[in-house]
Design a protein around this ligand. Structure first.
Ligand code: HMG
Ligand code: MG
Length: 304
């Protein structure tokens, strides 16, 4: 196996996770969650999103959360922005990094951000320009890279073209989102090959939801093919409110367990991270979605 020596984990639980949880978490608890995540050694922790509070009430306190967290040196705390209004709010709240998000499917784009893919790229050109002029870093997401909940199959060439455009706009990294978790390893390899023809692999990250239990296998083949940035969500929180059937992201604990076993460094401490997963699980009143955390607690209770 050809494996990287180091992988950067992008923790999305406080945003992609909590945006889809029916239980509303208090801002103080979100702040505590993010501060605990900071203590695990993670270097990128998504904080929230500046989107319509009517559509995504769970993220309505983005400014309060961003203002309340302790920002550690060397750690990035990005927030999602769908348009200029979101960016301006993020700037006022002191964000240093934002993420723009488009889709490889027209219907998903309409349902998610109420505009076509082409309109979203025009919008994000202006948003990215303004963000860069404020010295911010901009990450780009592409959703539905392996399938759309409304349209089914998605053409990898469309994903590659959007990725190239986002890089042209100034995004430093493109996260390929399997929003509904349908991809299988061969499809992931084929997709990465097509995208990498337009955008070198060191610009790419992978973002797998685990709906069909394929995420770890997909991550393994992605890193074997040269990808070194992986999005994941503590306790496997999450999903997308605009993608029916989208379950949680792959749990960060489970990705980390695999990477540790492969001898790949991340700088993240597994035991501390498991504790953070239990903390948020308690607040949500449900067990962790991490298999590693569940296995550890079963062993601790002495069950066979
Ligand atoms: P719109 O209705 O077209 O916007 O929504 P509009 O410009 O016509 O404005 C309508 C109202 O929304 C106005 O308020 C605006 O002020 C307000 P009113 O005058 O009616 O009182 N508004 C805003 N409020 C707060 N923040 C803003 C903002 N913009 C307008 N930024 C919009 C367009 C994009 C705003 C809307 O569709 C939206 O917020 N969508 C939310 C999308 C979202 O959060 N999706 C989940 C994140 S993406 C994801 O999870 C996938 C990912 O994880 C990768 C993967 O898994 O694939 C990233
Ligand atoms: Mg997602």
């Amino acid at each position: 196996m050809k494996l990287p020596r180091r992988v950067r984990l992008v923790e999305v639980g406080a945003r992609d996770g909590l945006q889809n949880e029916p239980v509303m978490i208090d801002s103080v608890d979100k702040i505590a969650l993010i501060n605990r995540l900071s203590a695990t050694g993670l270097s990128t922790i998504e904080v929230s999103s500046f989107v319509s509070p009517r559509l995504v009430p769970q993220m309505a306190d983005a400014a309060k959360v961003l203002a309340g967290i302790d920002r550690l040196p060397g750690v990035s705390y990005p927030v999602l922005v769908p348009n200029r209004k979101g960016l301006e709010a993020a700037i006022s709240a002191g964000a240093e990094e934002v993420a723009v998000f488009c889709a490889a499917s027209e219907t998903f784009s309409q349902r998610n951000i109420n505009c076509s893919v082409a309109q979203s790229l025009e919008r994000f050109a202006k948003v990215t320009e303004l963000a860069l002029s404020h010295g911010m870093k901009v990450r780009g997401y592409i959703s539905c890279v392996a399938g759309c909940p409304y349209e089914g199959a998605v053409d990898a060439v469309v994903v590659a073209d959007i990725a190239a455009r986002l890089i042209e706009l100034g995004c430093y990294e493109i996260s390929l989102g399997d929003t509904i978790g349908v991809a299988t390893p061969n499809q992931v390899l084929a997709l990465i090959d097509v995208v990498a023809a337009n955008v070198p692999r060191h610009y790419l990250a992978v973002h797998f939801h685990d709906t069909y239990g394929q995420a770890l296998a997909n991550i393994l083949v992605a890193i074997e093919s040269g990808i070194t940035v992986v999005d994941s969500s503590v306790a496997g929180l999450g999903g997308c409110p605009f993608a029916p059937g989208s379950s949680g992201n792959i749990a960060t604990e489970d990705v980390l367990y695999m990477l540790n076993g492969l001898g790949i460094s991340t700088g993240v401490d597994l035991d501390t991270l498991i504790e953070v997963g239990l903390f948020i699980g308690n607040l949500l009143n449900r067990p962790s979605g991490s298999k590693v955390a569940l296995a550890r607690s079963t062993v601790a209770r002495g069950c066979s």
